[in-house]
Design a protein around this ligand. Structure first.
Ligand SMILES: [Zn+2]
Length: 427
């Protein structure tokens, strides 16, 4: 990423001198031209609210007739859903040529490559739900068959997929987990060689369920969000079987920064660094992102990779707004709850809800357990005294002080595990 400065200028040029939208000119103010040539740290951040507040055609930086496709964001991040302009691949490439744009080297975020080539995938079942890459562009994949999956019609979709002998399935993790039993019932699960989980990060249990449900499949992760109009990171194709959580950056299309979410300080992209993902799309897009704060957390891996992807590997850690919430006297985090739960034998997964409906707030935890725990209230008391929300404050402290209701714990036995949604999420 040593030509990052040059790429940033390309991105600024497209965003600020754009004849079709004045979004960034308005955002940057009357002296918007001063930002050219400045280092990236001096460029203002973009947050989701600013996108939400702009009507869709002010979010469109290409001639309107190029927008053949408007899709909504998935809502899986907990943010409210908005429409987003998407471009058809052929027209889009023509547009890039017409403005003299030259692709930079590096993995593009357009397709499910490189797995498809490497694994000779011929037929795929594609769910459009979830934070997904361009459906319209995907249809250009030469010679490959694509079955359109519908999560609300799982039986029919499983039948179609089985009859078409699909060898790859693409969808968001919670949807795929719900769909898996139907594919098993239809008998098509053993033919599946590749599962691509797109959008949000799958939990450990979701991951394991996919592995069990599709015994012959490798699982690849493609981390992205609708706003990025493609994926940001993808599982190293050489590590599919051994380390699918190690992601390369789609650096041919965008670059990534990590920042401290509280101070907004830029963190060095060094092994072990953890921070909020900020992306800038240096390839012109329907809606270009300049320093977009994703709300997602990532950590740079200690090891690098020598395959053709970006040398840097990173791992997604979860979404800020979902994985932490401000509570009386401190911050409740998924990590703290997980830490408190760790040690109770048989807990496979959990979900947590910070319920603020009505009077006093309450933390509600559901535990996915192999065996029903003998005394749920004993467990709740013990958990409450273990969940730390500040160095000397636990959940029990705020209950004792009358600032929250006692912790509620629900045990979910295995027969209730099918059909769960988005575990480990704080809402
Ligand atoms: Zn690699």
């Amino acid at each position: 990423m040593n030509n990052q400065h040059a790429l940033l200028q390309t991105a600024l040029d497209f965003a600020l001198r754009n004849p079709h939208s004045d979004f960034y000119r308005r955002k940057f103010g009357a002296s918007w031209e001063q930002y050219f040539g400045k280092p990236i740290e001096d460029i203002p951040f973009l947050v989701r609210k600013e996108i939400d507040d702009a009507p869709i055609f002010e979010r469109t930086f290409v001639p309107r007739e190029m927008v053949r496709f408007i899709r909504s964001t998935s809502g899986s991040s907990g943010k409210h859903v908005i429409g987003f302009p998407m471009l058809e691949e052929g027209l889009y490439q023509e547009f890039l040529r017409s403005i003299g744009y030259t692709h930079t080297p590096g993995q593009l975020s357009r397709y499910f490559e490189p797995y498809f080539t490497q694994m000779n995938i011929r037929s795929m079942l594609l769910f459009s739900a979830g934070a997904f890459v361009h459906e319209a562009r995907v249809r250009d994949m030469e010679g490959r068959q694509c079955i359109a999956g519908e999560f609300s019609q799982p039986k029919l979709t499983a039948q179609l997929g089985t009859e078409a002998a699909v060898d790859a399935i693409v969808g968001n993790p919670s949807g795929l987990v719900d769909f898996a039993p139907h594919m098993r019932a239809a008998g098509g699960h053993t033919g599946v060689r590749l599962i691509i989980s797109v959008g949000e990060r799958p939990t450990a249990l979701q991951f394991e369920t996919l592995e069990t449900s599709f015994p012959n499949a490798k699982i690849a992760l493609q981390y992205g969000l609708t706003e990025s109009q493609g994926y940001v990171g993808y599982t190293c194709p050489e590590k599919l079987s051994v380390d699918p959580k190690a992601l390369h950056l789609a650096e041919g299309t965008l670059f990534m920064e990590l920042i401290d979410p509280d101070t907004e300080a830029v963190l060095p992209l060094q092994p072990g660094t953890e921070g909020e993902v900020v992306i800038t799309t240096h390839e012109p897009q329907g809606f270009p992102l300049i320093r977009y704060r994703t709300g997602d957390f990532a950590r740079i891996r200690e090891e690098s990779c020598s395959c053709t992807g970006s040398p840097l590997l990173f791992e997604c850690m979860g979404r800020l707004e979902l994985d932490r919430v401000r509570v009386p006297k401190g911050m409740l985090t998924i990590a703290a709850i997980e830490h408190a739960i760790f040690g109770f034998g048989g807990v496979r997964e959990f979900e947590a809800k910070w319920n603020t409906d009505g009077g006093l707030p309450r933390l509600e935890i559901s535990l996915y357990m192999e065996h029903r725990y003998a005394a749920e209230h004993v467990m709740a008391d013990e958990l409450a005294s273990r969940i730390r929300i500040a160095p000397t404050v636990t959940y029990k402290t705020i209950v004792d002080e009358g600032r929250a209701l006692p912790l509620s714990v629900t045990i979910l036995p295995p027969e209730q595990w099918v059909g769960w949604k988005k575990k480990k999420r704080l809402r």
